[in-house]
Design a binder for this molecule. Structure first.
Ligand SMILES: Cc1cc2nc3c(=O)[nH]c(=O)nc-3n(C[C@H](O)[C@H](O)[C@H](O)COP(=O)(O)OP(=O)(O)OC[C@H]3O[C@@H](n4cnc5c(N)ncnc54)[C@H](O)[C@@H]3O)c2cc1C
Length: 495
C-alpha cells in the first residue's frame, strides 16, 4: 500500500471548501492539499440553511461564532415553520430543541396528547417549545437558562470564501481553472492526476470529488452507479431568487407547501433567499417561475435561476482512491437543510479514517456503510413529510399521500399511529421529538399514549402543562428581538 500525502480536491463549492478546511485543520502539517475550482463553471450557490450540529464543525475549525456570523451575513435559525403540509391552511413548527419536559419512557407529546384528549389542553404543541415560541415572537437570546437550540442561515458564497481563507491559512494551495482531463492507472484504475486547461498537471495520492452534480471523477471517470430515489422524493428542480428584506429577519426558515412542491424563505441580515422546489412532471418551469415570483414578499434583486437536481445516492462514495463529498455523492432535497450536514459528516469521517499508510478496503467499506446508513435515515425522515400529508387538492399531493414508502418508514408511521411511539434508531440524526413534531404537526392522531403519563393525577398533569407554558412565555418575554440581538452580537459589516 502506498502512503497518502498528496490530496487533490476537485471543486470549490461548499463541499470543496469544507473538505479543505476540515482536512487542513486536522491533518494540515502532514498533508499536501490542493483545491481546484473553476470560476467559469461556478457553484450551485444555494444551501443557506443548516442544522445545529454545524457548531461542532466550527468548533473543530476554531471559528468564532460572532466573526462567522458577521462574515456570512448570518442570522439565527430556531427551526422550520411548515405551512400547508398537513392540510391547506395548517401550520406547525419543527423546533431544534425539546418540547416541554421529557421523561425517559415517554416524551412530552404523550402528556400533551392525554391533556388534550381530556379537554384540559387546547394549545398547539408549539406553545410548549422554547424555540417555536421564540420564533413566533421574532426573538432570540443566548442569555436564557435554558438556552434555545439553534443553527444558522448564511450566504453560501460568503461561507465558501471564509472557509477558503481558513484553508489557505492552513496551507491549502488553490488552483483556479478547469479540469479538462483525468489520468487513471491502466491496471488499478486509481486516479493519478488531473489535467488543467492551462496545461498544468496536478498529481495526487487521494482525490476528493467535490465537483457537484456532474461527479467529474466518481461518475465520469470511475463510472460509479447512482441509486435513484425519485419514486419517493419526486421533486427534481428548483427556481431560486433573492429578494430585498421586508421587515426584520425571522429567526427560522419557512417552508410553504404549494400545489406541486414547496417554497423556502431564508432570511439573512441583508437580503432574503427564496426558492420553489418542484417536480417537473407536475409543473412547467415557466409556471414554477411565475408561482415563485407571485409569492414573494420583497422585490427581487437577482434574476430567478433554475437548478435541476437528482435525488439519490452514489452506490459507493469512496471508490479506489477517490472520495465523493457533497452533491457528487448524493442528494436529498433541502426540506430539512441536511446536505451541508452530510458534507460535514463525510469530512469528519474521512479525517477519522484517513488512509495515511495506504488505502485499506476494510476502512473503505466502513466509510461507505456509514455514509449510506446516514443518508438513508435522513431520506426516510424527508419522505415522511410527503407521505403523511392529508392534502387531496392537487395530483402532486395525492400521489405523495398515496405512494408506497420504504418498509422501515411505514413501520415507524404505524408505531406512531397506534401508541404515539416515536423511535430513534441506530443513533440516527433526527430524534424522537423531530419525528413526533412532523407526525403530529401534519395531523396524525395516535390511538393511544404511553401509560407512564397516567402516573400523574389529572391536576398534576394540568399543573405540568401550565408550568411548561409559563416558563416558555417568561423566557420569551424577557428576550430581545432577533434583530436587536443580531445588531449587538454580529452585525455584518462591523468589526
Ligand atoms: C435548490 C437547492 C437548495 C439547497 N438548499 C440547501 C440548504 O438550505 N441547506 C443545505 O444544507 N444544503 C442545501 N442544498 C445543498 C447544498 O447547496 C450543497 O450540498 C452544497 O452547496 C454543496 O455543493 P457542492 O460543493 O457539492 O457542489 P457545487 O456548489 O456545484 O460546486 C462544484 C464545484 O466544482 C467545480 N467544478 C466542477 N467541474 C469542474 C471542472 N471541470 N474543473 C474545475 N472545477 C470544476 C465548480 O467550479 C465548483 O467549484 C441545496 C441544494 C439545492 C439544489
Amino acid at each position: 500500500m502506498s502512503r497518502v500525502r498528496r490530496v487533490v480536491i476537485v471543486g470549490g463549492g461548499t463541499a470543496g471548501w469544507m473538505t479543505a478546511a476540515g482536512l487542513s485543520k486536522s491533518l494540515g502539517p502532514v498533508l499536501d492539499i490542493t483545491l481546484v475550482e473553476s470560476d467559469v463553471i461556478g457553484t450551485v450557490g444555494v444551501g443557506e440553511a443548516v442544522i445545529p450540529l454545524i457548531k461542532s464543525f466550527h468548533a473543530l475549525l476554531e471559528l468564532d461564532e460572532a466573526e462567522f456570523m458577521k462574515a456570512v451575513n448570518g442570522t439565527f435559525k430556531l427551526g422550520i415553520e411548515f405551512e400547508n403540509w398537513g392540510q391547506l391552511g395548517d401550520s406547525y413548527f419543527h423546533p431544534f430543541g425539546p418540547t416541554g419536559v421529557e421523561a425517559w419512557a415517554a416524551q412530552f407529546h404523550h402528556y400533551w396528547l392525554k391533556a388534550r384528549r381530556q379537554g384540559q389542553e387546547t394549545d398547539a404543541l408549539r406553545r410548549f417549545s422554547l424555540e417555536a415560541s421564540m420564533a413566533s415572537a421574532g426573538k432570540f437570546t443566548l442569555a436564557s437558562d435554558p438556552q434555545p437550540q439553534f443553527a444558522y442561515h448564511f450566504d453560501a458564497s460568503l461561507y465558501a470564501r471564509l472557509l477558503r481563507r481558513l484553508s489557505e491559512d492552513n496551507g491549502v494551495r488553490r488552483v483556479e481553472g478547469k479540469v479538462v482531463d483525468v489520468d487513471a492507472h491502466p491496471d488499478s484504475g486509481h486516479i493519478q492526476s488531473v489535467q488543467m486547461e492551462s496545461g498544468e498537471t496536478i498529481e495526487g495520492d487521494l482525490f476528493i470529488d467535490c465537483s457537484g452534480f456532474r461527479g467529474l471523477l466518481i461518475q465520469q471517470v470511475l463510472e460509479t452507479p447512482w441509486e435513484d430515489w425519485s419514486h419517493w422524493l419526486r421533486n427534481d428542480r428548483a427556481v431560486a431568487v433573492q429578494t430585498e428584506s421586508v421587515g426584520a429577519p425571522a429567526p427560522y426558515t419557512r417552508c410553504t407547501a404549494r400545489p406541486s412542491g414547496w417554497q423556502w424563505k431564508i432570511p439573512l441580515q441583508n437580503r432574503v433567499g427564496n426558492g420553489l422546489v418542484y417536480c417537473s412532471q407536475y409543473l412547467s418551469d415557466d409556471d414554477a417561475r411565475k408561482s415563485l415570483l407571485d409569492n414573494l414578499e420583497g422585490d427581487p434583486i437577482t434574476e430567478p435561476r433554475l437548478i435541476r437536481f437528482r435525488t439519490g445516492r452514489r452506490a459507493n462514495q469512496w471508490v479506489k482512491n477517490c472520495v465523493a463529498v457533497g452533491l457528487s455523492s448524493g442528494f436529498l432535497e433541502p426540506l430539512e437543510s441536511t446536505s451541508i450536514h452530510l458534507i460535514q459528516n463525510s469530512v469528519l469521517r474521512l479525517v477519522r479514517m484517513f488512509p495515511a499508510d495506504g488505502i485499506d478496503q476494510t476502512e473503505v467499506r466502513q466509510f461507505n456503510n456509514e455514509t449510506t446508513t446516514e443518508i438513508e435515515q435522513i431520506r426516510d425522515f424527508i419522505i415522511l413529510h410527503y407521505k403523511v400529508t392529508q392534502r387531496g387538492d392537487s395530483p402532486y399531493w395525492i400521489d405523495c399521500r398515496d405512494m408506497e414508502v420504504p418498509e422501515h418508514l411505514a413501520h415507524k408511521i404505524a408505531l406512531f399511529e397506534s401508541n404515539a411511539r416515536a423511535v430513534r434508531e441506530n443513533n440516527e440524526m433526527f430524534r424522537e421529538r423531530s419525528w413526533a413534531a412532523v407526525m403530529l404537526g401534519q395531523g396524525i392522531e395516535p390511538t393511544g399514549y404511553h401509560p407512564f403519563v397516567d402516573n400523574l393525577s389529572d391536576p398534576q398533569l394540568q399543573g405540568l402543562m401550565q408550568q411548561v407554558k409559563t416558563n416558555v412565555a417568561r423566557i420569551v418575554a424577557a428576550s430581545p428581538s432577533h434583530q436587536e440581538f443580531l445588531r449587538g452580537y454580529c452585525a455584518a459589516g462591523e468589526s
